[in-house]
Design a protein. Structure first.
Length: 410
């Protein structure tokens, strides 16, 4: 009977260990059973049962530990910005993190990305290459760029990671454009200055000399304006937490309007300030916490752009409102407007919708970049609405109170 009980307990231990998938635990259990079942030991059946109980407990503890580790791994994978997909030989998804599941359940753009990832996995040849990288660009809108990498996973399986690099690609393009634009912006007037000074040496006619000197002065001012705007932009970017003080918004608008008044008058453009700008008679003025110099610079650049891109004899309207804890300053013109394709890029340094017109108006291409950084420094946002041939409207939306994070850091 002892032998029969011994065989039964060994079989039970083997079945339990097999169900748990723990062969190493099984071997330990068998060795414990062997030691517990000594010849002539009356307590050996009970020792065997106790050994089985201990083995089951160890297996359950190990399984709980494995499940906890697996759960942590899933949380880590789901927290990645990268989508992770594992495809089998048939192209079916075997494993996916949260990003991968979104691609699998998505439509339109997500479906295109998933198809490209599957095609990349199928094209990968193990043993010939360690990994394969491809880029996918979706025209949108909005435009999206993805980088996909495939590697070998388990047998006949492929691991594909999909990372959106739209912002990185945009920054690379901005940096490349900036280098090209600043080189052009400085090389052109400096080249003109060099040519004019060389020509002046042989000029005897007083009228020609006067005309060339005026041109020389204009090109020198152009270089100076570009450098001044670059220095201003650099200072604003570095001063991300400007000193704030209570400022009357109508005073900011008045100062910016005064600075652009001469250029507007030269083209018979009127700048209209809505009655609400200064508030109804007897009401309190609109107060905004901020850096006066930066805010004046932002409003001036909006007005300057509005004047430059408006037709002679037209009007530019400035409207200021305060509601729900937000102050808005809106500048609207009746100018040429901005094409839809350019709306996302007008705030980049040196980006111009119409380069020929910009050369004629003398702009540096930095005004809207300055506006964007000033608004960001004050915890607000800038919005633009435009229609070609109708005009544009730029809105500065600024919090009426100092943002809590900014106040805490001051």
């Amino acid at each position: 009977m002892t032998v029969l009980l011994w065989l039964s307990t060994v079989t039970l231990a083997a079945l339990l260990a097999a169900l748990m998938g723990e062969r190493r635990k099984l071997h330990r259990s068998l060795r414990a059973l062997h030691r517990g079942l000594g010849a002539g030991n009356a307590e050996s059946p009970w020792s065997a049962i106790a050994a089985i109980g201990r083995a089951i407990g160890e297996l359950q503890t190990a399984r709980r530990g494995d499940e906890a580790e697996l759960s942590r791994l899933h949380h880590v994978l789901d927290g990645l910005d990268t989508s992770v997909l594992v495809f089998d030989r048939a192209g079916e998804i075997r494993v996916a993190n949260a990003g991968g599941r979104r691609l699998a359940a998505g439509h339109h753009g997500d479906a295109l990305v998933l198809t490209a990832a599957r095609d990349l996995a199928e094209a990968f040849v193990e043993g010939i290459e360690d990994r394969k990288v491809a880029c996918l660009e979706l025209a949108g809108p909005p435009r999206q760029v993805f980088e996909m990498t495939v590697r070998a996973a388990a047998e006949h399986e492929r691991l594909v990671t999909v990372t959106e690099i739209t912002e990185r690609r945009r920054l690379e393009e901005v940096r490349r454009d900036f280098v090209a634009n600043i080189s052009h912006e400085l090389r052109t007037p400096i080249g003109a200055i060099a040519l004019l000074t060389e020509t002046l040496v042989d000029v005897d006619d007083s009228d020609t000399l006067e005309r060339m000197l005026r041109r020389l002065h204009h090109e020198a001012l152009r270089v100076g304006s570009t450098i001044d705007d670059l220095l201003l932009l650099s200072r604003i970017e570095s001063d991300d937490l400007p000193e704030r003080e209570p400022i009357e918004v109508h005073a900011v608008v008045a100062e910016a309007t005064e600075r652009v008044a001469y250029a507007a008058a030269a083209r018979s453009i009127t700048i209209e300030r809505c009655p609400g700008d200064a508030g109804p008679v007897g009401s309190a003025p609109i107060i905004l916490p901020g850096d006066r110099r930066q805010l004046v610079s932002a409003v001036y650049n909006l007005l300057d752009n509005a004047v430059k891109y408006s037709e002679d004899g037209s009007a530019v309207v400035v409207r200021t409102t305060a509601a729900d804890g937000e102050v808005t300053i809106e500048v609207t013109d009746q100018g040429v407007g901005i094409p839809t394709r350019d709306l996302q890029r007008v705030f980049e340094r040196f980006y111009r919708v119409d380069r020929a017109r910009s050369r004629n108006t003398g702009g540096t291409g930095l005004g809207l970049a300055i506006v964007r950084h000033v608004v960001a420094n004050h915890g607000g946002e800038v919005r633009v609405h435009s229609r070609e041939g109708v005009g544009s409207s730029f809105v500065l939306a600024l919090p009426a109170q100092v943002p809590r994070s900014s106040a805490a850091n001051r």
